[in-house]
Ligand binder design. Structure first.
Ligand code: ADP
Ligand code: MG
Length: 698
């Protein structure tokens, strides 16, 4: 695939299906191009000799060389037009036409044809079923949107075409400017990963924004995004978050929405900032596009109003930011010129009679303080304060100190002009103090992301022979559900398990128990019994002389539960002292787009009731595995709360990595649960196992 530079900065564009007929897509696209495009635009339509006064060509094969062909003709003709464009050496095609994979099997076949043609001629193909592309760099508006984008440094892609037109409308009076805009449509060829890559390399794009309903190839996307986000922030609002939303997304662009957990983890791991709402998306974009990154996470608040100052302070408390502590020089300077009744400590309250000049000196003093990473200038309208003057000075000081600032102007029309002054200087301003704090919080989030260094996942030495033996046995028995009889798989991957194995007669059980020594644990082993203890299938603390009888009891209970259950035998296992232990869970599910997803949590109610879990897309490198053990709410229980000894987190972190390696190595494992992994101060032990295999992958 060629570079996308000529897609966004073409010299000549052809519109296949251009027409004079008002109200048609072919007319809207052509008109938009005629209006603003700096290059040349050529109509193609066999039934016209000219469109809007321009000489019209019968087919795309006849036009003089163009960089982009925009296709708006009906679907079957569109496929032929794309082929002709390919034969004619046109590098980029934008297929606006609908009637492809979003509309049944015939459309899907047509879309496959498009993909084949694009591949054959090495073409960049946007769409089909999209609104088109824009680039303000050359006045390119190859869309049928009724509005053009304001120029700026944000590049925006959207899987919903309607959302693009809505955003352009909304942004038009908000000083939000764009470099490139692309409607992704069905993403038959070019997808979110391609555009992120392009914009990551584009010096004129400072922030990448996306509205995504699904991500086609999660792993590839993560790899691209991980690189790009080192230099360029990528902010995504992803829809289909709740189950209801997910089914809406599926019926929308024919997208199969991946599970939200996978997106959440994958985007996070790739350094992509995800927002919940559209407002947050643009708040984040504006602050990233307009402000420098902070040196530290400490905020100074300067205000002429006590109450709103407290609101801002509370919002800082709820965020990942902290309230800056001023150094002594700053405090004595503030003390010098601020009147009695003012508060020189953060939040600095310069009181209600403050003119702009008092704001100015205060802002200058706090921005001078190296303890301050960013500032919020918060003003309520008063008779003594000129908002406009305040805005001008804030802009000047922000630039002079090169420290990020957000404005809170708590006025309506009286604040309008001042807002514009701030916005021209790239300083976001809001009515609500909490929004200013949120924006700065996002700025800090990106600063932290950028500092983060990616560590390659560790590759542990494993016993491949043993692993393959277990899998071969499963393939032979054609079992899709495995339990503790597959514990050797864990042994093969160096995950500590108790001594023991599965036996199928009581005498053997007795001998095994004897060799293990002391009391043992015995469990029924049957692919038909998922939760062994639920049916009385687990006995702990079995003394050697009880082993024989317990064996027969366990089998009898299983028979009683399900007479035709297939019983593989009984597992006799070394007993682990649970007195000082914490039961944790390490699990895996497989996401269609992102692949294996590793879960960590604490056992019992923590997972089942509170869903207190942490997810990462595999393979999981060490720092990410460690984060998993630290970010669950119940983490203090692992770290030694209530006088307990902290568990061996290093071992736990290693188990997570080893499981991640296992499921990456063995694609046939579709689900896996080690519940529990018993963690103590001295180490961890996996005492149970359940997994699901896809026989076709074996
Ligand atoms: P299941 O989850 O199918 O009911 P488990 O093997 O997880 O079966 O056993 C149930 C519980 O019994 C575990 O959560 C743990 O508390 C306890 N247990 C299981 N194996 C051992 C063992 N080897 N040592 C000590 N306790 C165990
Ligand atoms: Mg269990």
């Amino acid at each position: 695939m060629g570079t996308l530079a000529t897609l966004f900065a073409p010299q000549r564009v052809a519109v296949v299906g251009a027409t004079d007929r008002e109200g048609s897509v072919g007319n809207a696209v052509f008109q938009n191009l005629v209006d603003d495009f700096e290059g040349e635009v050529v109509p193609v339509n066999p039934s016209k000799s000219s469109v809007l006064g321009r000489e019209c060509y019968d087919s795309v094969a006849e036009v003089p060389p163009v960089d982009v062909a925009v296709i708006v003709v009906p679907p079957d003709i569109a496929v032929e037009a794309v082929r002709e464009a390919g034969e004619h050496g046109i590098e980029n095609v934008v297929v606006i036409t609908a009637g492809f994979s979003e509309s049944g099997s015939e459309g899907a076949a047509r879309e496959r044809e498009l993909v084949d043609i694009a591949e054959e001629y090495d073409m960049n193909l946007v769409g089909p079923n999209c609104v088109g592309v824009m680039s303000t760099s050359v006045g390119l508006n190859a869309t049928f949107a009724p509005l053009n984008a304001n120029p700026g440094n944000i590049s925006f892609m959207s899987q919903s075409g309607a959302f693009i037109t809505a955003v352009l409308d909304w942004a038009s009076d908000r000083d939000i400017g764009f470099k490139d805009v692309v409607s992704l449509g069905n993403k038959a060829v070019l997808d979110e990963g391609d555009f992120i890559e392009e914009w990551g390399a584009d010096p004129d794009t400072d922030v990448v924004l996306g509205y995504l309903e699904d991500i086609d190839n999660g792993r590839a996307f993560m790899e691209t995004a991980r690189e790009v986000t080192q230099d360029t922030p990528v902010v995504v609002v992803k829809s289909g978050r709740t189950d209801a939303g997910a089914s809406a997304a599926a019926s929308h662009t024919g997208a199969i929405a991946g599970s939200d957990r996978a997106y959440e983890a994958g985007l996070e791991q790739a350094g992509v900032i995800r927002t919940e709402t559209v407002q947050e998306l643009f708040d984040t974009a504006s602050v990233l596009a307009g402000q420098p990154l902070p040196d530290n996470e400490n905020v100074a608040i300067v205000t002429n109003a006590g109450g709103p100052g407290v609101m801002a302070t509370d919002a800082v408390g709820d965020s990942s930011l902290s309230l800056a502590e001023f150094r002594d020089e700053t405090l004595s300077e503030l003390e010098e010129f601020l009147p009695d009744g003012a508060n020189i400590y953060n939040p600095v309250d310069i009181i209600g009679d403050a003119p702009a000049e008092r704001f100015e000196r205060t802002i200058d003093a706090v921005l001078d303080d190296p303890n301050v990473g960013m500032a919020i200038v918060l003003a309520c309208p008063t008779a003594t304060l000129s908002f406009e003057r305040l805005a001008e000075q804030t802009a000047r000081l922000q630039e002079a100190h090169d420290t990020p600032v957000a404005g809170v102007l708590m006025g309506g029309t009286s604040a309008q002009d001042a807002r514009e002054v701030l916005s021209d200087a790239g300083i976001p301003s809001y009515f609500d103090p909490a929004r200013a704090v949120d924006s700065l919080d996002r700025l800090q989030e990106y600063a932290t992301l950028q500092d983060r260094e990616y560590t390659e996942p560790e590759s542990f030495e494993v016993d491949e022979e043993k692993r393959d033996e277990v899998l071969a046995r499963a393939a032979e028995r054609d079992s899709t559900r495995l339990g503790v009889e597959a514990m050797e798989l864990l042994d093969a991957y160096g995950i500590p398990t108790p001594a023991g194995r599965v036996v199928d007669d009581p005498e053997e059980a007795r001998e095994l128990a004897e060799s293990i020594g002391g009391d043992v644990v015995m469990k029924i082993v049957s692919p038909d019994i998922l939760h062994k203890s639920d049916i009385g299938g687990v006995e702990v603390g079995v003394s050697p002389d009880e082993v024989w009888d317990t064996y027969e009891d366990l089998v009898a209970r299983a028979r009683q539960y399900q007479p035709d259950a297939s019983i593989l035998g009984v597992q006799v296992q070394e007993m682990i002292d649970l007195e000082e232990a914490t039961e944790t869970i390490v699990g895996v599910t497989r996401d269609p787009q992102f692949g294996p997803l590793v879960m960590f949590g604490l056992g019992g109610i923590f997972v089942e009731v509170l869903e207190d879990t942490s997810f990462r897309v595999a393979p999981v490198p060490e720092p990410e595995a460690r984060e998993m053990t630290e970010e669950i709410d119940a983490a203090p229980l692992l770290q030694g709360a209530r006088g307990r000894e902290p568990v061996d987190t290093d071992e736990l972190v290693e188990v997570i990595q080893r499981i991640s390696q296992l499921v990456t190595d063995v694609p046939a494992i579709t689900e896996l649960d080690i519940n529990p992994v018993v963690a103590t101060a001295d180490g961890v032990t996996a005492v149970d196992l359940r997994l699901t295999l896809d026989q076709e992958e074996l």
